[in-house]
Design a protein around this ligand. Structure first.
Ligand code: WT7
Length: 650
């Protein structure tokens, strides 16, 4: 674990500003005063029990929280429900059937939209078709898709029939897809022939073809035709989405799910080379995401809500699909990149669709800043009323720019801290009431308890840097790591007994505001994407030329972190430009373009302790160009000197 006091992890040199919400926003917002905080503080479980009333249960739950198997907490035990019925059926029956549920714009400008009744019908059809293909409650279905409506329909169809979906981000490589299909033991893969990205067609199915023969549990592959890119069709296994949809059509009654029955697995990076299968349940998850969506985004019936995440990440699951649709919101999604065909694409879309609530990541905001104020100024952004940020710490400068230039100074900014594991937003402001401090995620959401502790697990004093923990369970928390209860305990609950360890460093100021410093474990945050240093190292040593590899994150103005690798080579391999390119490509092949190292440095040896552990901390010091920390445990001090010398070469 990194010491949060390590220089450069996050510089605490913020000129503190407090911005009070108020005026029109507060006058019209759902929460206008402290009552929600007060209500939850009085009795958190009673608060969550109250929130559970906004979910349709086919059988009411008996107990709010069962902690008898801690740290395997179970919420709303005895309750039964279906997530897709909560996102669709109840709106169709309850007066929203003709309201737009999903509005899609493709990169090429095409537009498709679905009312709640239409989306319901599509989901029923696909659910029915999947049942015909033999998918049953509890079966695994992997979804590897571009950002198109079919991806969302596929998630909801799985939820409807009780299949456990595992969405793999479309930017991951086929090899990464394979690892995740194998781990989940998926029976079906739903994918597309390809996707559009910056005007280019990117293959998916033909890439998957390279690894599918090595996935023995897969029985069927469903293919959405998007780009007309070619691929091999395996008779008996591969079916067209269009065709199975045309042949389906019976009603598809939702499967009855127990509150803690799994809804999905989402793989995320940890501190080992193997991604963690984060397993979420149904009841607590739906209560958590519905409640937080409603209050954090101050949901209003006429909102047009746009979250720029991909369904391949937890943000897409909780705040594109399950939270907003459970609330009956109109969700806008866009297929492409923010700079295609031009760098004002997002502002053009906000203007065109009159988006009211916009949720994006700091890395994107920093790019927008660099592209210049004249782009948003050239568009009408007056429909916006609320802005959100997620994925990494937002620097105060970017926060203020977002608030002023995009929000016109009138839109509160909710900086939402949470994780794949937490399932729901944990630390955030309530936009109508909580005074905002740019750079701080502010306060725990009502009914959630967070804290900062020192190395021994004791509460840290105000302004003291320490480790961010959660002090009590919360409804959308993950059930476990898929088929790895041991790792679940060890990774999250054993660092500080009785507390959930987030992996982040933080401090809390005298007003109780949380300032998140970023990861203190071997996990990097590159453009808001979580990547384990060990995963990149494993990918590098998988190449025949590489003997050893050490990967670290270096601060990067736009991406937050850039991936920097140090490698030693095996006998007979020579460092040089061609090998460098080959190694970068190799990482892309093993993981995906998001993990491509920014720099690779060849070294003759890596700095190690006498017991042989690589000292990444010293490599970070070298990369950040700062004084070396403690070197007393180093085996050979020459090694560091020679790496440093090479590193500073132009
Ligand atoms: C890690 C979780 C939450 C959805 C997207 C990322 C970092 C996330 C913030 C924020 C500072 C943040 C943390 C966290 N993080 N949001 N508002 N301020 N840091 O989910 O891939 O599971 O990553 O993202 O380091 O641990 P994830």
């Amino acid at each position: 674990m990194k010491n949060p006091d390590e220089p450069g992890v996050f510089e605490k040199s913020i000129e503190e500003k407090v911005i009070h919400p108020g005026g029109d926003f507060t006058a019209q917002s759902l929460v206008k005063d402290d009552y929600l905080y007060a209500l939850a503080a009085k009795d958190p479980l009673a608060f969550w029990a109250g929130m559970a009333e906004s979910i349709n249960w086919s059988k009411r739950w008996e107990q709010v929280l069962d902690g008898s198997g801690a740290p395997f907490y179970r919420w709303f035990t005895g309750g039964e429900l279906n997530a897709s019925a909560n996102c669709l059926d109840r709106h169709v029956l309850g007066g929203r059937k003709d309201k737009a549920a999903l509005i899609f714009e493709g990169e090429n400008g095409e537009r498709v939209s679905f009312t709640y009744a239409e989306l319901h019908k599509e989901v029923e059809r696909l659910g029915c078709a999947l049942r015909k293909l033999g998918v049953k409650k509890g079966d695994g279905v992997t979804i590897w898709m571009p950002m198109i409506p079919e991806g969302i329909i596929a998630m909801l169809a799985c939820a409807r029939i009780g299949a456990v979906h595992s969405v793999v981000f479309g930017g991951f490589s086929a090899e990464a897809l394979k690892t995740r299909i194998l781990d989940a033991g998926s029976k079906v893969l739903i994918t597309a022939d390809g996707s559009f990205r910056r005007g280019k067609k990117m293959p998916l199915k033909s890439e998957a073809d390279r690894v599918l023969p090595e996935c023995p549990t897969l029985e069927k592959v469903v293919i959405v035709e998007r780009t007309a890119l070619p691929y091999q069709r395996v008779e008996g296994r591969d079916v067209l989405y269009r065709q199975i949809m045309a042949e389906a059509g019976d009603p598809c009654p939702p499967e009855t799910m127990k509150a803690d029955d799994p809804l999905f697995i989402l793989y995320s990076s940890g501190t080992t080379g193997k991604p963690k299968g984060i397993l979420h349940g149904t009841g607590g998850y739906m209560v958590g995401v519905t409640t937080t969506f409603r209050y954090v985004f101050d949901y209003r019936e006429d909102d047009v809500y746009w979250c720029t995440a991909d369904i391949g990440w937890i943000t897409g699951h909780s705040y594109i699909v399950y939270g907003p649709l459970s609330c009956g919101a109109t969700v806008f999604i866009y297929e492409g990149a923010p700079d295609y065909p031009a760098r004002d694409r997002f502002w053009e879309l906000i203007e065109k669709y009159k988006v009211t609530v916009f949720y994006t990541a700091p890395t994107a905001i920093r790019s927008f800043m660099r592209w210049g104020d004249s782009l948003p100024a050239g568009r009408d952004l007056s429909s916006l009323r609320l802005l959100g940020s997620v994925g990494e710490p937002i620097n105060p400068e970017a926060w203020l720019w977002y608030h002023e230039i995009i929000g016109g100074g009138r839109c509160p900014v909710v900086d939402t801290w949470w994780q794949t594991e937490t399932g729901m937003i944990i630390i955030t402001s309530l936009p109508g009431v909580t005074p905002m401090k740019p750079g701080s995620a502010t306060r725990p959401f009502p009914g959630v308890e967070a804290g900062v502790v020192d190395e021994e697990g004791n509460p840290a004093a105000a302004n003291q840097k320490g480790y961010l923990v959660l002090k009590s369970p919360w409804p959308a928390m993950f059930n476990t790591l898929y088929r790895d209860d041991k790792r679940y305990r060890e990774a999250y609950w054993e660092q500080f007994p009785g507390l959930y360890f987030t992996g982040d460093g933080a401090w809390r100021d005298e007003d109780g505001y949380f300032w998140i410093m970023g990861r203190v474990d071997d996990v990097l945050n590159v453009s808001g994407h979580r990547i384990g240093t060990m995963e990149v190292e494993s990918a590098l040593v998988d190449h025949p030329a590489v003997a050893e590899a050490a990967v670290i994150g270096k601060s990067h103005a736009i991406k937050g972190h850039a991936i920097i690798a140090f490698v030693t080579l095996r006998e007979g391999f020579a460092p040089g430009e061609p090998l460098l390119r080959e190694l970068k490509d190799h990482v892309v092949k093993k993981i995906g373009a998001l993990a491509r190292p920014e720099q690779i440095h060849f070294a003759s040896e890596l700095p190690k302790t006498r017991s042989g552990k690589i000292m990444r901390r010293l490599l970070r010091d070298i990369a950040e160009n700062r004084a070396l920390g403690d070197t007393t445990t180093l085996m050979d001090s020459q090694v560091v000197a020679s790496i440093r010398e090479k590193f500073s070469e132009p």
